[in-house]
Design a protein around this ligand. Structure first.
Ligand code: HEM
Length: 438
């Protein structure tokens, strides 16, 4: 974190090196993200504010954020997450079947795009119980296409500085495309929410739903009520569904893709994970809820991969009051500050040989000696990631089923070129060779 850069490449968010080092310092003084929050840091505008559906949990603040967080937390209870494991496994298998066909050509495979479609498929199933077939037929559903287009357009808007201005963006061809896609996605979403609200009113229908399928996020959002019996409006529900859709598929896609890359680079750890998974599953070809907590070594590898390649490389805040750091430097109210999770995870004063992939850093003995905020892939404090258990489950399911079927090998001709966007990606994708495990 010192100096705000690292050897492999500069990883700044905006040009705020002095602020980054203030935060680095503050963090080193045991203040951490919780400390920053106590010092009065509120949410700043981020990419989710560009979404057409309004403000969801990620960008809300104040009492409304608190109300939504409370209402949505039961949606991530393990009873709700349990049935998702089968859905995640089904989606992973579709992806692996596609890879079986692709490897016949003898070339390396660009994984990131396949993994993104898989996680989009999975979140569609978990959020709406919607079977989209988006992994095999891209044009099949206009909402899926809209989510895909909006992701592209938002990334592009963030990258192109003049587009940060609403008027310039509104008048540009991309702004026109954005409005068109936003309109389509909103009307699609409104229709789905209306139909589901109607069906949940009918008691017979409700019983049928409870019997035939799992509770999905949409059921939970529609049924959520606070102690005064007040639920979420249609507008709030649309914003939350979109937040889950965007926050819940690109992030996990990044986590899974970089994990595969790390395992390809480190065959001995890959083999150890494969052996662990085979030992847990025995003769079974699929994975179940109880298996996930037994994947001890694989979880250490997942954490080590998220240390080196945190899917969300940084978080930003706007100061709601002035802040004084332990070294006496100050920042005024209203400043935009960015905490680079990427740099925290590679801070040499906290991590020995920080660029080496070493899963033993996450063994229980080593964990107990480390600062609780040295590893923050899901952030920390009250605004931490609400979907972290969902994400960890998806990562475990994807890696387990993939390692049972394929050996992952690096493609030295196509090394990834990492770029920090909203999530950490590779400019040229992630290319690996896949070999069938016999
Ligand atoms: C590997 C996958 C994931 C990573 C690394 C990740 C990381 C994060 C991080 C760092 C934050 C804090 C953002 C900030 O402070 O600005 C966050 C917040 C959030 N995440 Fe995730 N996330 C992941 C997956 C998911 C999934 C699957 C969902 C939903 C299904 C989700 C939903 C959210 C929401 C709603 C918030 C805002 C929480 C709040 O402010 O109360 N995330 N995530």
């Amino acid at each position: 974190m010192e100096g705000g850069h690292e050897r492999e490449g500069i990883f700044f968010f905006y040009n705020i090196s002095s602020v980054a080092s203030c935060i680095a310092h503050c963090w080193r003084q045991d203040t951490g993200l919780d400390g920053l929050t106590q010092h009065g840091i509120s949410y700043c505008v981020n990419f989710m504010a560009y979404l057409p559906s309004g403000k969801g949990l990620l960008v809300l603040h104040g009492p409304k954020w608190f109300q939504h967080r409370k209402l949505l937390t039961p949606g991530f209870h393990f009873d709700v997450l349990k049935p998702y494991v089968k859905l995640m496994a089904d989606c992973t298998k579709v992806m692996l079947d596609k890879w079986e066909k692709l490897i016949a050509a003898g070339k390396s495979v660009e994984l990131f795009e396949h993994v993104s479609l898989m996680t989009l498929d999975s979140i569609m199933k978990c959020a709406f119980s919607y079977r989209s077939d988006c992994q095999t037929e891209r044009s099949v559903n206009s909402y899926i296409q809209a989510v895909y287009d909006l992701c592209y357009l938002i990334h592009q808007r963030l990258r192109c500085f003049p587009y940060h201005n609403d008027v310039i963006y509104w008048l540009s061809p991309h702004g026109f495309w954005f409005r068109k896609v936003s309109f389509e996605s909103l009307s699609n979403l409104e229709k789905v929410i209306k139909e589901r609200r109607e069906s949940l009113k009918d008691e017979q229908e409700l019983k049928k739903i409870q019997k035939n399928r799992h509770l999905d996020f949409l059921d939970i959002l529609l049924c959520a009520k606070d102690e005064t019996g007040i639920g979420l409006s249609d507008e709030d529900i649309r914003a939350e569904v979109d937040t889950f859709m965007f926050e819940g598929h690109d992030t996990t896609a990044s986590g899974i893709s970089w994990l595969f890359y790390c395992l390809a680079q480190n065959p001995e750890h890959q083999q150890r994970c494969r052996e662990e998974i085979k030992e847990i599953l025995r003769e079974r070809e699929t994975i179940q809820w109880d298996d996930l907590s037994r994947m001890t070594y694989t979880t250490m590898c997942i954490n080590e991969s998220m240390r080196l390649y945190p899917p969300v490389p940084g978080v930003s805040r706007q100061l709601s009051k002035p802040i004084t750091f332990p070294d006496g430097r100050t920042l005024p109210e209203g400043s935009l500050v960015v905490v680079s999770l990427y740099l925290i995870h590679r801070n040499p004063s906290m991590w020995e040989n920080p660029s080496v992939f070493d899963p033993s850093r996450f063994s229980p003995e080593n964990l107990s000696h480390r600062h609780s905020h040295a590893f923050l892939p899901f952030a920390a404090g009250s605004r931490n990631c609400i979907g972290q258990q969902f994400a960890m489950n998806e990562l475990k399911v994807a890696v387990a089923l993939t390692l049972l079927r394929f050996e992952l090998l690096p493609d030295p001709e196509n090394p990834p070129l990492k770029i920090p966007q909203i999530v950490i990606r590779s400019k040229n994708g992630i290319h690996l060779y896949l070999k069938k495990v016999l």
